[in-house]
Design a protein around this ligand. Sequence first.
Ligand code: FES
Length: 106
Amino acid sequence: MLFEVGQTTDIPEGEARRFTADRIDIAIANLGDGVFLAVDDICSHAESSLSEGEVDTEDETIECPRHGSTFDLRTGKPRTLPATLPVLTFPVKVEGDTLLIELEDR
Ligand code: FES
């Protein structure tokens, strides 16, 4: 199911913002060139908002602002400790300037 969450212009290039789809908080990162990637906003290590972390557009990672684990934005897997568990990833669709997130039916 597709959920409209915001506009492409809501996220400056090289940054991430938090959006909500079906009561799930999702961090969407703008990697530039029209590439937007989405992961669960809550870090798998502890309660922290990944959308407040730094995005690396070359490595395609986002860094948890609390303890510094970096997560692969395409797979959700942590690349550095202390996090060891992945976060969920979500397909992003861009229609015009609108960002949509695809969630599996629950
Ligand atoms: S809360 Fe994210 S690495 Fe600890």
